[in-house]
Design a binder for this molecule. Structure first.
Ligand code: ZN
Ligand code: ZN
Length: 624
């Protein structure tokens, strides 16, 4: 097919200006290629403008490796390319070729002098992922200084980002401080650098000092808080953002939903969902996945499932599927998880490694040993996903919980990577459940050598010893933990009441309601004893009187949080608690009774999964 300018070759061939005008309509690769051939036959290729115009048109098409190599050829055919062509090509490549082109520009005495854009584009190309060395970026910077661009805003901004990408927050800060005419982009970049380096305090300081803030500034600091695990701070800043009248974008909302999920802040999460509906924001797959994740992690798995099934947005990417599968897994909805995977398998969505972690976790909680083995095999054979440490960990957990301790140990011995203490820890935990003292002791010693500072595993070992009444051994392990200067992570449970969060550590006495809380706990202990509660003192470390052990147990953080919930919420209201560690045997036992005696549904999310206590039993079926 011929294009308009080729229909009038006579005119075009006579005048390069006409050629330029007609070539402007070339918006596909084939049209540009036809214009290029006309350029070669007409002799206009010796003219500086037509080739650069074609290059500009070519680079405005969606970038691809063949297109870039064609652009290079076109560039080299130009007799004396203008600076604009150099800049466009440097920007389009943004890799080692950009630096190569920049150097050839410097070497050529007839070439134009680089300007601020050239320097900005070539510096942007010097990221660690483009295979260049930091020293090469420094050379470009030296050149920029020599050419008087040291304090140029564009150059400073790109340097801040560049140093950030190399993990050099200090160097980025230096550029930022020396830049006298910072704009919003400079401030936001500096915040981004600090968030990327994990220093959210520094990011907040910059945020507090900046003259104007946009949605990016607010969202970056909120994301920084969520990354660091400072969820309350993230929520507070989000509230301030609303007061400041800055509307959140999809990224802010996803981030804040993750925060709600972690805090089990269902009311806040629901408010954000309503906000999304009200503001008619398009719920894309990322936002849908965040909503599903929030509802699932706040205990509302049925609602999350409904949301997934009825969502208007297409579920063509793996993200929403993974969110619902993870939710089903942590709730112990194992059969539903495997059914959902079947649906996913029949759709066009290709599972990834996260899908299989969720699926294997679901199998582990549901005691689906054979299915678990099948999926583990399927992920390699059918989807060519090489299992990572996490997948092996799931298999060890699955086999260990089901009492197949030897098989679990074989998995660890045969895995291609070095097992970490957490993998051994999951087997150690299985040894405790299935009372395999000998294996437990062997593994405990192994972990001690592997990771002498892994407190969690040492505590588990001490628990195994105490369970068998071997107090001296238990004390010995404990002493070693103390000597190593490591402290056990304290159990911490939190509960949201009327939009306020209350956190309790084990034996906590810092809450303003402590007095009434502790007398309520004593009252609760009496009520439970009457209903047949016998404390499980086996796991308490110290070799002390049974009565003292009972007291120690009754002060566990989740019991404090439940008592607080009972005291401060209306009759019949469900109580939602999140705990940073696994719920202990005694607390699990007590929660079942509390749910019956006080006629309350108690939902506890521990480090591993959900427990829904109702009418004296738990959704996990005592298998956790
Ligand atoms: Zn407990
Ligand atoms: Zn349970």
């Amino acid at each position: 097919m011929l294009y308009p300018f080729l229909l009038q070759p006579f005119i075009s061939r006579q005048n390069p200006i006409l050629f330029l005008l007609e070539a402007s309509s070339c918006n596909t690769l084939s049209k540009i290629m036809q214009a290029h051939s006309l350029l070669l036959t007409s002799g206009f290729s010796l003219h500086p403008f037509p080739p650069s115009k074609l290059l500009q048109l070519l680079l405005s098409l969606p970038s691809s490796p063949p297109l870039l190599s064609y652009a290079q050829r076109l560039f080299h055919h130009s007799p004396s390319p203008p600076l604009f062509s150099y800049n466009s090509l440097i920007k389009a490549h943004s890799n080692a070729f950009s630096l190569h082109l920049f150097r050839s520009l410097l070497r050529d005495p007839l070439a134009p002098l680089p300007n601020q854009y050239t320097l900005t584009f070539v510096l942007a190309a010097c990221r660690p992922d483009s295979g260049l060395e930091l020293g090469e970026a420094e050379q470009v910077r030296v050149h920029a200084v020599r050419r008087g661009f040291e304090t140029n805003l564009f150059v400073s901004n790109v340097l801040i980002k560049l140093y950030g990408s190399w993990g050099l927050a200090g160097d980025a800060e230096k550029v930022f401080c020396e830049c006298s005419n910072r704009d919003l982009f400079s401030w936001n970049s500096m915040i981004g650098v600090y968030v990327g380096s994990g220093d959210v305090m520094a990011a907040r300081k910059v945020f507090d000092e900046m003259p104007d803030r946009d949605v990016v500034s607010w969202s970056s600091v909120i994301a920084g808080y969520v990354q660091t695990g400072w969820f309350l701070e993230a929520m507070q800043l989000f509230q301030k953002m609303q007061l400041a009248g800055v509307g959140p974008n999809e990224f802010t909302l996803s981030t804040i939903l993750a925060s709600c999920a972690n805090l089990v802040a269902l009311d806040q999460g629901r408010w954000i969902h309503a906000f999304i509906n009200k503001s008619r924001l398009a719920v894309n797959e990322r936002l849908l996945a965040s909503l599903i994740d929030m509802y699932a992690k706040c205990g509302e798995i049925d609602f999350a499932l409904d949301l997934f099934n009825t969502a208007d947005s297409p579920k063509q990417t793996v993200r929403p599927w993974n969110a619902i599968l993870t939710g089903l897994a942590i709730h112990g909805y194992s059969a539903e998880a495997t059914q959902l995977f079947q649906r996913m398998d029949q759709s066009d969505v290709v599972p990834d490694k996260v899908t299989f972690v969720s699926l294997l976790t679901a199998c582990s909680h549901g005691r689906f040993v054979e299915k678990g083995k099948l999926y583990f095999d399927m992920m390699r054979r059918r989807y060519t996903i090489e299992p990572e440490l996490e997948h092996y960990g799931c298999m060890v957990d699955l086999l260990g919980r089901a009492g197949l301790l030897q098989e679990a140990e074989d998995i660890i011995s045969n895995m291609p990577m070095i097992p970490d203490a957490a993998t051994w820890g999951s087997l150690l935990s299985a040894c405790r459940i299935h009372k395999d003292m000998e294996r437990g002791e062997k593994i405990g010693k192994l972990i001690k050598e592997l990771e002498p500072k892994h407190v969690g595993c040492h505590v588990l070992l001490a628990n195994i010893y105490s369970g068998y009444g071997r107090w001296n051994d238990a004390k010995d392990v404990r002493k070693k933990i103390e000597m190593a200067g490591e402290r056990k992570i304290p159990g911490c449970s939190s509960i949201e009441v009327d939009g306020m969060f209350h956190q309790f550590l084990v034996g906590d006495r810092s809450h303003p309601q402590t007095q009434s809380l502790y007398s309520y706990l004593d009252e609760m202990a009496v009520k439970l004893k009457i209903s047949g509660y016998v404390p499980e003192v086996g796991e308490v470390l110290l070799d002390v009187d049974v009565e003292d052990k009972e007291t120690a147990l009754s002060r566990h953080s989740e019991k404090l949080a439940v008592a607080f919930g009972l005291l401060n919420t209306g009759a019949g209201m469900p109580i939602r608690i999140v705990k940073n560690l696994r719920v202990c045997v005694d607390c699990h036992h007590a929660m079942k009774l509390i749910s019956k005696v006080y006629k309350r549904e108690i939902i506890v999310r521990d480090r591993i999964r959900f427990h829904r206590f109702k009418d004296g039993s738990c959704s996990c079926g005592d298998y956790w």
